[in-house]
Design a protein around this ligand. Sequence first.
Ligand code: PLP
Length: 421
Amino acid sequence: SLHSLADRELDAELTQCRAEFDALKARGLALDITRGKPAPDQLDLSAAMLALPGDDDYMIDGIDCRNYGELAGLPSLRALFGEVLNIAPESLVAGGTSSLETMYDVLSFAWIHGMGGAGAPWSSSPVKFLCPVPGYDRHFAITEAFGIELIAVPLLSDGPDIDVIRELVAGDPHIKGMWCVPIYSNPSAVTYSEQIARDLLSMQTAAPDFRIFWDNAYAVHALVGDAPEVLDVLAIAAQVGEPDRPFVFASTSKMTIAGGGVSFFAGSGENIAWYLGHLSQKRVGQDKINQLRHVRFFGDAAGVRTHMRKHQQILAPKFELVTAALRRGVGGSGIASWTDPSGGYFVNLKVLPGTARRVVALAKEAGIALTPAGSAFPSGNDPQDSHIRLAPSLPSEHDLRLAIDGLCTCIRLAAAELVHS
Ligand code: PLP
C-alpha cells in the first residue's frame, strides 16, 4: 500500500541519516560554536592599543589618568562615544570593563535602595521583568539571580510585541523592568523600529519606577553595509514625559578587548546622579588609563567606524559561510530555517519543533559544541524546543564549515527520528 511504501521510504531515510551521523562521529571532531567571542584576528585589530598610552602620556582633559577621580569617566571618551551612541556626553558615563557588570550593579542598587524619591527598594516586593524572546541568556541570568520572575514576550521583526507588552505593564505594578537589545539583537539580529522604541518609552505602566534596560551592545556591529542610525532614546524619553525610563548600556567588548574594554551607562540627569551616588560607595574613580588608551587608539567617532569595518571584513565571510552551509545541508527541506543577519554576532536557527535539544545532543556526541537549546529563553525553556543559537565568530572558516556541515547531519537525523516516531 501507499502507506507502507511511505513507511519504507521513512525507514530508508532514517537508516541513511544514521549512517551519515555515524560517519560524522567517526571523524572525532572537537569544535565549539557556543559563544559569541571575537576571533584572535579580530583581537589583533586592537593590538596597537595595548602599547598605549605609552611613557609620559597620562594627561588628557587636564586630568592625570594615573590618579583617583572622575567617577563618570574621562570627558574625552564620553564625548567620543557620545557621538558613536548618539548620547550627549553629560548623559553618558564611561565605566569599567564590562557592561554586564554595570547592569548587575544597576539592578543591585535598585534592589537595595530603590529608585530614589518615594520608590521602595525593589527587594521589598515581588519583581517581574519582561524578556523579549529569543533573547540574551546572560540578561535573563542576572535577573534570575535576584529571584525576579521573568515573563517571555515575543520579539517580532521590528521589535518586541508592543500590544502584548502594553497590556502586561498596564495591569501589573510588579513588572518593574524589561530587557532590550535595540540594534542587531542577540540572537535574532532584529533592530527595533523607531515607532516600537517610542511606544516602549511612552506606554502607560502600573509601576511608577518601571525601567527599560536598553542594552545597545551591537550599535555599530554591522555585518552588511553600515549600522543603522542610533536613536536618541534619552531625547525621546524626555519628549514623551518619561525621562527616567531608559537605562542605556554599551561596551567596547566587541570593538577592542572582550571583557577588557570600556563599558558605558547613560540615562537622565536623575538616573546618572542616582547611579554615580551608589557607585561612589563602590569605587573612587575609573580605570582612566584604559579609557585614555581607547581615546588615543580611536581618535574620534570616525575612527570607531573605520575600526568596525575591519571587524566586518573578518566576520562577514564567516556568516556567509554559515548560511551557505545551511542552505546546502538543509535548505528547501522544510526542516530548518535561519536568520541571515545584517549585524550582531549570531545566526538564529530554527529546527522542527521538539528537536532542538535532540540536535544539540547529537552534535555534542559528534564533537560539535553548540549553545544549549533553549538558552535564549527565560529559565532555558523554549516552549517549542526549536531554537538554536549559532555563534560563528570564534572558529576558523575551516572549522566553521566542518561544524555547520556536521550540524546539518544532526538536524536531518533528528527530523527523521521525529517523523518516524
Ligand atoms: N550585552 C549583550 C547583548 C551581549 O550579547 C554581550 C555579549 O555577548 C554583552 C552585553 C557583554 O558585554 P560586556 O562584555 O560589556 O559585559
